[in-house]
Design a protein around this ligand. Structure first.
Ligand code: BGC
Length: 565
């Protein structure tokens, strides 16, 4: 849509008509075309996705390090088949669980961008401790602190990207983050381990300690880049600026992000929407919890609502169960322990198993790319069901081959390669389906008033499940061997059946109408409240030509909002 047309549309319309749908068409195409057109958003989102890259790199690097001979010699209880192996992987997820939860207040108080900076510092401290580890405790403490940073990042980065992106690019941005995670995993597998540091000093007895210290230390490069970027490159989120009543700055940032002048109708309409959102939050809190004054009291009430209101509890269950099942597909059992798994299915030699792991990384990245188109065209349910059924098939075949050839892999090399091919097929099906969609549902199914809290809980479920997988996988591989794959087969079947019989389709459902899928009155109340706000804004917009020059919140709400921040 041309600027003149958008101008005309916005001038002649009421505030209701300046809905996201209108803005969507005013902004132009979504997906790849939209990202290329909005090159600055693409740049900022990619830059912030360095956080996703760190998350992926950290997840991937550990699997290679654990099988390095120098590492095994120095940390016998951690490397190889050591009894602490599961813990050294899982302690990071435990830290991330804590990090995801604490980032919520940090992102509100300090701003989204500085909460990411704090996360980078935690991550750097963790990296230094791990790269310099001389005993188990340094390694464990380093992984825990680094994990806190990663947990914060996993929440802060998508939050920031979502808040700077125009409505038509928000979906693509979620996939970009997943793409960055997958890229981080691939780089750690492929460039650093398969063709890189494991060869320093040779892969056998004479292996240098640099072989594993370097990949731990290299993480500092993207972390420092992101840290510096938080101060000098990434702008404040305009939504956060409006929330903390720095509205002139919000307008300036938004105009820079949209590459349009501050008084341009699109920028004016969007700032109005952001304002409506902030006012809506304040009004929701005021009406639902008239006695809750401090931010702690308000947060408590909102958490309570999530568990006590039936339709909210249902949605919370869906978001959390999807996160849980994403992890219990066994994807991280493969990401963390792929070299060990490939060895266990008969691919002998360090290099062969690491090479097979490198292929996992590549497939994971490539299969993420088309996700955005598939999810929006075919709907979430069908993509999830396809992914789940093929993931189940893969696990079933791997488990069965393992059961048959467990003691004769050497004589049946082709069976080993067939099992490896199904590990790759599994990863392919994970990447375009539940890999992306598990992140999409929590962002769209909750009413605005409780969305942040609900998402925080869902993301922490992802990390705690990730923690459990990291912990139990080596134990299962040692004790129940092929049963490990039957175990994951069972969960991918649960995913398939649950999606088929219970999960509602959310494709194309406007957020305000999500309520219809779950029952409850939240949707109507929400709509009424929004209508009132829109009416108010409509009057204001007719009276004042430029929003940036107005102080338009009602006094009462103004005070409410200021009290909260
Ligand atoms: C998951 C991670 C996983 C990654 C693999 C993400 O969606 O949350 O735990 O390692 O996908 O690409």
């Amino acid at each position: 849509m041309s600027n003149e047309k958008a101008d005309q549309m916005i001038r002649s319309s009421s505030v209701e008509e300046m809905s996201s749908v209108d803005l969507d068409s005013a902004y132009g195409p979504s997906g790849f075309r939209g990202l290329v057109k909005s090159s600055n958003i693409l740049f900022y989102a990619l830059f912030a996705s360095l956080g996703g890259f760190l998350f992926g790199y950290d997840q991937g690097v550990i699997s290679g390090v654990l099988v390095m001979s120098d590492f095994e010699t120095r940390f016998p209880r951690v490397g190889g088949n050591g009894d602490l192996q599961g813990w050294v992987v899982s302690i990071m997820q435990l830290g991330a669980f804590v990090g995801a939860l604490i980032n919520s207040p940090l992102a509100d108080r300090l701003s989204r961008r500085y909460s990411i900076a704090v996360a980078c510092v935690a991550f750097l401290i963790g990296s230094v401790l791990q790269a310099g580890a001389i005993d188990n405790s340094m390694l464990f403490i380093g992984r825990f602190i680094g994990g806190i940073g990663l947990g914060q990042i996993s929440m802060g980065v998508p939050l920031w990207i979502g808040e700077i992106a125009p409505p038509n690019l928000r979906g693509s941005a979620v996939t970009l983050q997943q793409f960055a995670i997958a890229s981080g995993i691939m780089i750690s597998f492929w460039l650093v381990l398969d063709y890189g540091t494991q060869y320093i000093g040779g892969i056998g007895e004479g292996q240098s300690q640099l072989a594993w210290r370097l990949p731990f230390a290299l993480r500092a490069i993207p972390a420092i880049t992101l840290l510096v970027g938080c101060f000098f490159i990434l702008p404040f989120s305009p939504r956060w600026l409006v929330k903390v009543r720095r509205e002139h700055e919000a307008l300036a940032v938004l105009s820079r992000l949209r590459k349009l002048p501050e008084n341009h109708p699109i920028v004016q309409a969007e700032i109005m929407q952001i304002k409506a959102g902030a006012r809506f939050d304040a009004l929701t809190i005021k009406e639902k919890f008239p006695n809750a004054k401090s931010s702690a009291q308000i947060a408590y009430q909102q958490y309570k609502e999530l568990f006590t209101q039936k339709h909210l509890a249902k949605r919370l269950f869906v978001a959390c169960f999807l996160q849980f099942l994403q992890q219990f597909t066994g994807v991280n059992a493969i990401i963390y322990y792929a070299p060990k798994m490939f060895k266990s299915i008969g691919l002998s030699g360090n290099s062969v198993s690491l090479l097979a792991t490198g292929v996992v990384g590549i497939i994971n990245v490539i299969a993420t790319v088309p996700a955005i188109g598939i999810v929006d065209n075919f709907g979430r349910r069908v993509v999830l069901m396809f992914g789940a059924i093929f993931m189940s098939l893969s696990h079933f075949i791997i488990a069965t081959l393992y059961a048959i050839y467990e003691h004769s892999w050497a004589e049946h090399l082709s069976a080993g390669w067939a099992a490896a091919a199904f590990v790759w097929f599994f990863v392919f099906n994970f990447a375009y389906s539940v890999g992306c969609i598990a992140w999409i549902y929590p962002t769209e199914i909750f009413p605005l008033g409780v969305r942040a809290q609900a998402m925080g809980i869902a993301i922490s479920v992802n990390w705690i499940s990730n923690f459990v997988i990291g912990l139990i996988t080596p134990i299962m591989l040692n004790y129940i061997k092929f049963g490990t794959f039957y175990f994951f087969f069972a969960f991918t079947m649960v995913l398939f059946c649950w999606v088929m019989f219970f999960l509602p389709e959310t494709k194309g459902v406007p957020m305000e109408e999500m309520d219809k899928l779950w029952g409850g009155s939240e949707g109507k109340e929400t709509a009424d409240r929004m209508a009132r706000i829109q009416n108010e804004l409509k009057c204001e917009s007719r009276n004042v030509p430029n929003y940036s020059k107005t102080s338009s919140y009602s006094d009462e709400l103004d005070i409410e909002m200021q009290e909260q921040y």
